[in-house]
Write a protein that binds this ligand. Structure first.
Ligand SMILES: [Zn+2]
Length: 962
């Protein structure tokens, strides 16, 4: 299980390089100390790949050559801790506290100011640690390569860094020896935050219990009750034996030539491998159980979830097979999607629609191939304590039935289609997606090239299914139905749990403090002072390389070739791009005319409009048709601020879908069904969708608490921020919870129908089509001739509104049962195109990386915090103690295509270039001036705190119930 994404970088400008694919060396050829083991063409990826091994150190290197300027580098190590002290995680943090050649503390954070990286990060999973980056700039690539290699192989790992990042005993006020001694440390607090998310805990415990014989029995991120068992010496030892060239796996991707990298790695690091022996990081296969087991867990109550009497979770998990067998993994992926994915799947019908719970258990349901052995789990959340056994019975019964009956061919086709489409869909960070795909099989001894060869495996699967129509059923019977390595996990809420956990930590602290000798106490005091001094001193970033703004950076961002057409009266923006044979459709429907009374329902309307059934199709058929012909249809509420006029914004419903070029007609047909015949009548479907939505919203608060806090803090300051609070802030969480509690379905159906009448088949829509030279003309023809678009009223290029709005500040505190806080403060500034916005943006970046980082993370021991200058004309400070975990990985999925900046945000290429030019021209005086003008004495501010009890609030605070 991937615990956290520790650092995240904003995407920077991309400059396309035009360079032919680098020639890969031949098998057995030796290049700079490496020998080429395998070379393979990967036509499905339009790429070729080489696997190399460094001769003297044994380091493995995988290179994927592809004509993509977004070049990736990653170095990773299998890390298999044998306790829950969080050693691998704390090592990942301290590795980034300075190295031999780059002694600056936190070079990643500092490089955010000096690099054009499109991605820079570090991950710790249960059994590996990885440091990836990507950039389109060659000079930048070599700079970052040097920093990354030096960080992992030659980190300083100083004692004070261990205390800061890991854990320490320190006086609450380090300068006051009479203040109580407490635990501090970034990872210590980060994990307290992470483990306050009950569904994450559930997933973690499933893994611990299902694979109990080796590294997976431990909490790899670190259990706060065990983190204080780790010593600095153990940390250094773990580094010496795990971050060893023999144990490393290097990956690169893109259009830069391979050879200079091999030379650099060989000469600077790998040829000088340390004499210490590498640790054996092989994970043995799990001994199989003779009988199923059961795990009983407790969790906190969640006040945001609609029903207090239905908060249990239950799951059945089965250990399936060896992760290095990529074909079997693919087969299980197909089987798992058939079983659990979409409303036509047997588990969806039997479990989710059983009325016993809200939705599948998150993070565990489905097929997991991230560990040494693969796992299939299925379960339900939002269950009454008394019903957990019923859920297990249904799961068993469903497996038995499907093993008998098998699957409809059309559903199998839909799943295979989606796998193939997903492969072609050119997401942002394509190369990073590839390394994530190979990491588990490769790090556990499998062949990474085999793991990338999806087409070969798919062809084999089709062949074997043709030879044996019962193939999937037989696998299901053997691996799932009759599998004795099976775990039932039940988690029920317990009011006493929070107190119990607090007491455990307090007892542990008291024990540690009581055991301190006078000399130890002196040391605690001394360390606190040293750390404060070190943090206050700041440090010298001059060792870090820097790009030359004029030499290394192109003055203009790549411009999208955009054509404007109209279909009937609807404007259509057309953009030709190399999309791998996929056609992308987007549309924005103006929602500014929707009366206030209906507005809170808009996000739900968007969720339901593509998933309740339409035309001749009920919701199951509709889902299946979407899977068969498209990558799915979706709708979402958007609020966009005008780039230059404060207080002006556009709101709309954004529709998106994509498909293979040849399926464009089907895709438009599905939209047409929705526009002309969406239905909301199915009460059961509606009720189950409402419950799911309420559960998702409640679950999102623990890991996106800082975003909820920022939204609440901003809500009184501008009209658009108030709308965002309504559509995606705590107001929406409460609204949906209320809908579920009320259970007034008839009223909701009436309102949904009225919304459909207001929004669909009316005027006020605009569209965008992206595709290849071959795919666009027929798509446009289809749109003009056959589609519902013809019947719409007059479209609009843009529909800005500027309602009256009187800004009002606020100080809000929302108590939630979690051991940490999220805080935010917002002030109004200026919009995107204002001359000062660039300076505010630079200031936010500098403050986040410098002052706020030092204060909130290093000194305060919070997991993170910073400042954001948003184009909406708002400045926000925020702090959070919880990892935002998989959020960055999800960015992989979103296809940011050129032209979308303008289509969605109304920012022209000229405005964008002007902003870039201003960014590069910002001076120190500008920063001082904007800080003074906008931030020093704001007329109005909004503040919000979410989280654990906060006894020190005075009467100026408005306290809200969760
Ligand atoms: Zn971390």
């Amino acid at each position: 299980m991937l615990w956290r994404v520790c650092r995240s970088a904003e995407a920077a400008w991309r400059r396309p390089l035009s360079r032919p694919l680098s020639q890969l060396p031949a098998v057995n050829q030796e290049v700079h100390g490496f020998r080429v083991r395998q070379v393979r063409e990967l036509p499905e990826l339009s790429a070729s790949a080489a696997l190399l091994e460094h001769q003297t150190s044994g380091a493995q290197y995988l290179h994927v050559a592809r004509d993509d300027p977004d070049n990736v580098f990653s170095i990773g190590f299998p890390t298999t801790p044998q306790d829950s002290s969080g050693v691998a995680h704390i090592l990942e943090h301290t590795t980034l506290c300075g190295s031999r050649r780059f002694p600056a503390r936190d070079p990643f954070f500092k490089m955010l100011n000096r690099s054009l990286a499109t991605f820079m990060n570090a991950f710790t999973a249960s059994d590996w640690t990885m440091y990836p980056f990507s950039t389109c700039n060659e000079a930048d690539y070599m700079n970052l390569l040097a920093i990354y290699m030096d960080a992992v192989f030659e980190p300083r790992l100083e004692r004070l860094d261990f205390l800061q990042e890991g854990w320490r005993l320190e006086h609450e006020n380090p300068e006051d020896p009479s203040s109580p001694i407490v635990f501090k440390g970034v990872v210590f607090n980060e994990m307290k935050g992470a483990l306050s998310d009950r569904h994450r805990v559930f997933a973690e415990r499933v893994q611990n219990a299902l694979l109990p014989s080796h590294t997976y029995r431990h909490c790899s991120g670190g259990d706060p009750l065990h983190i204080p068992e780790l010593t600095w010496e153990q940390l250094k030892q773990f580094h010496a034996t795990h971050y060893h060239p023999r144990n490393c796996r290097i990956f690169s991707y893109g259009n830069l030539p391979l050879e200079p990298r091999l030379k650099f790695l060989h000469e600077q690091y790998l040829s000088r491998a340390p004499a210490v022996a590498a640790s054996d990081t092989r994970v043995p296969l799990e001994p199989r159980w003779d009988a199923p087991r059961r795990e009983q867990l407790k969790c906190r109550y969640d006040p945001l979830s609609p029903r207090t009497d239905r908060q249990a979770s239950v799951a059945v998990s089965l250990l399936v097979g060896d992760v290095t067998d990529s074909y079997e993994s693919l087969l299980m992926t197909v089987l798992s999607e058939l079983l659990v994915d979409g409303p036509s799947s047997p588990f969806y019908q039997a479990l989710v629609e059983s009325g016993l719970g809200d939705d599948y258990t998150p993070h565990v349901t489905g097929f997991d191939n991230s560990c040494r052995e693969t796992v299939f789990s299925v379960g339900l959340q939002g269950v009454a304590d008394a019903d957990t056994d019923k859920v297990v019975e249904i799961i068993d019964k469903t497996l038995a039935e499907v093993a008998e009956k098998g699957f409809e061919q059309e559903r199998v086709d839909a799943v295979l289609h989606r796998l193939e489409l997903g492969r072609k869909h050119q997401s942002n960070h394509f190369g990073l997606g590839l390394v994530m795909q190979v990491v588990a099989p490769w790090f556990h001894g499998g062949d990474p090239l085999d793991a990338l060869s999806l087409d070969t495996h798919l062809a084999r699967l089709r062949r074997e299914m043709a030879d044996n129509p019962r193939l999937l059923q037989e696998r299901l019977a053997r691996l799932l139905r009759d599998n004795r390595h099976r775990l039932v996990t039940v988690m029920t809420p317990d009011l006493a749990l929070e107190t119990e956990l607090q007491k455990k930590e307090a007892d542990m602290l008291a024990g540690r403090v009581a055991a301190l000798s006078d000399a130890d106490r002196q040391r605690v005091l001394e360390d606190g002072r040293l750390l404060q001094e070190k943090q206050a001193a700041g440090d010298d970033a001059s060792s870090l390389p820097m790009l030359d703004v004029r030499r290394d950076i192109a003055p203009h961002a790549p411009r999208a070739e955009v054509r404007r057409e109209t279909v009937s009266a609807t404007p259509v923006q057309v953009s030709e791009q190399p999309t791998n044979g996929i056609t992308y459709f987007r549309a924005v429907v103006d929602t500014s005319g929707v009366p206030a009374y209906f507005r809170p329902l808009l996000p739900l309307f968007c969720r339901l409009v593509t998933s309740m059934g339409a035309g001749q199709l009920d919701y199951r058929q509709q889902d299946q048709q979407q899977q068969l012909w498209t990558g799915g249809l979706s709708a979402a509420v958007t609020v966009t601020d005008h780039p230059s006029e404060p207080g002006r914004y556009e709101e709309g419903m954004l529709l998106t879908s994509y498909c293979l070029e040849q399926n464009a007609e089907r895709m438009f047909g599905l939209w047409e069904d929705i526009f002309t015949g969406v239905t909301f009548e199915n009460r059961e479907r509606l009720s189950s969708q409402l419950q799911m939505s309420a559960a998702e919203l409640a679950n999102s608060v623990p890991h996106a608490g800082h975003q909820y806090a920022m939204s609440s803090a901003a809500a009184g300051l501008t009209g658009s921020a108030q709308l965002r609070q309504l559509y995606s802030g705590l107001d929406q969480v409460r609204y949906v919870r209320q809908l579920v509690t009320d259970g007034e379905l008839d009223m909701t159906v009436t309102k949904l129908k009225m919304l459909a009448e207001m929004l669909l088949m009316k005027d006020g829509m605009r569209c965008a089509l992206n595709g290849t030279a071959a795919g666009l003309p027929p798509a446009l023809d289809l749109a003009s001739s056959r589609c519902w678009l013809r019947a719409l009223g007059e479209g609009r290029a843009e529909s800005w509104v500027q309602p009256e709005f009187a800004p009002a500040g606020c100080q809000t505190y929302v108590e939630l049962p979690m051991p940490v806080h999220y805080a935010a403060r917002c002030v109004p500034t200026v919009p995107y195109a204002h001359p000062d916005f660039a300076a505010l943006r630079v200031l936010a970046r500098l403050l986040s990386l410098g002052h706020l980082h030092r204060e909130i993370r290093e000194k305060g021991g919070a997991y993170g915090g910073g400042a954001v200058a948003s184009p909406a004309g708002l400045w926000s400070y925020y702090s959070y103690r919880d990892p935002s975990s998989l959020a960055t990985l999800r960015v992989f999925d979103c296809a940011v295509q050129r032209g979308m900046r303008h289509f969605l945000h109304g920012i022209t290429d000229d405005q964008f270039d002007e902003h870039r030019a201003r960014l590069q021209a910002v001076t120190r005086d500008d920063l001082r001036r904007v800080a003074e003008t906008y931030l020093a004495r704001p007329a109005v501010t909004g503040t919000c705190i979410l989280g654990k009890q906060c006894p020190d609030l005075d009467s100026s605070w408005q306290v809200q119930q969760s």
